[in-house]
Design a protein around this ligand. Structure first.
Ligand code: ATP
Length: 191
């Protein structure tokens, strides 16, 4: 399978935690297919605004858990606001932006489809479709584990959505699973 990245516009990564979105983009940087500055990541925006990419709010004490959950939601909301502003600006400057976040809900994806449309730029989606068992296994060894409950909720949402993603209006949609061989090509001109 060939994945064709546009010269400019948006590459929208879609997939639950641990599906390998950041790892995939890191490899593209290592291969010289994209620049580090062409990645905008929700985890990094959380660090920029709130000094942390994730807060595990699960605690026995309900008050403590609620406070941590609220803190995470506040940081996330600010992080997405920063992220959207960066993406909008990059589109205005006719740049390529690869967006690294889960994008499991239709409204989250629609937002970026609309930004691309507004700037007359292409948007492609890359969907990482990895078995739940593998996602849970990867969580055991990652930094800042997301927790089984959260991952299972994300997989449930992803499964509900994945068949509709193709029809949402992308120039192309690519599904990546563990077994697929693929080559990524970066366009050097507009089609
Ligand atoms: P999140 O949405 O939570 O940021 P993500 O989809 O960006 O997650 P990564 O950060 O790329 O996922 O990877 C999460 C963990 O899974 C890391 O520890 C990473 O090393 C591991 N991982 C990613 N891809 C693979 C792979 N193909 N095989 C094995 N482990 C992997």
């Amino acid at each position: 399978m060939n994945i064709v990245l546009p010269l400019t516009g948006i590459v929208l990564l879609v997939g639950p935690s641990n599906s390998g979105k950041s790892t995939f983009l890191k490899h593209l940087v290592e291969q010289g297919k994209i620049l580090p500055s062409e990645i905008v990541s929700s985890d990094e925006c959380r660090v920029l605004v709130g000094d942390t990419e994730f807060i595990d709010w699960h605690r026995r004490n309900k008050d403590e858990a609620d406070a941590l959950y609220n803190q995470y939601q506040t940081i996330s909301a600010e992080a997405f606001s920063l992220m959207d502003s960066l993406i909008e600006t990059r589109c205005r400057l006719n740049k390529l932006t690869c967006i690294d976040a889960t994008h499991l809900y239709p409204d989250d994806r629609k937002k970026y489809i609309n930004i691309a449309k507004k700037h007359h730029l292409p948007i492609v989606s890359i969907v990482l479709d990895i078995d739940q068992s593998e996602l849970l296994e990867r969580d055991k060894t990652r930094e800042n584990p997301r927790g089984n409950k959260r991952i299972k909720q994300q997989v449930y949402q992803f499964k509900k959505e994945k068949r509709y993603i193709k029809k949402e209006g992308y120039l192309a949609t690519y599904f990546i699973s563990e077994s697929k061989d693929m080559e990524v090509i970066r366009r050097t001109n507009h089609p």
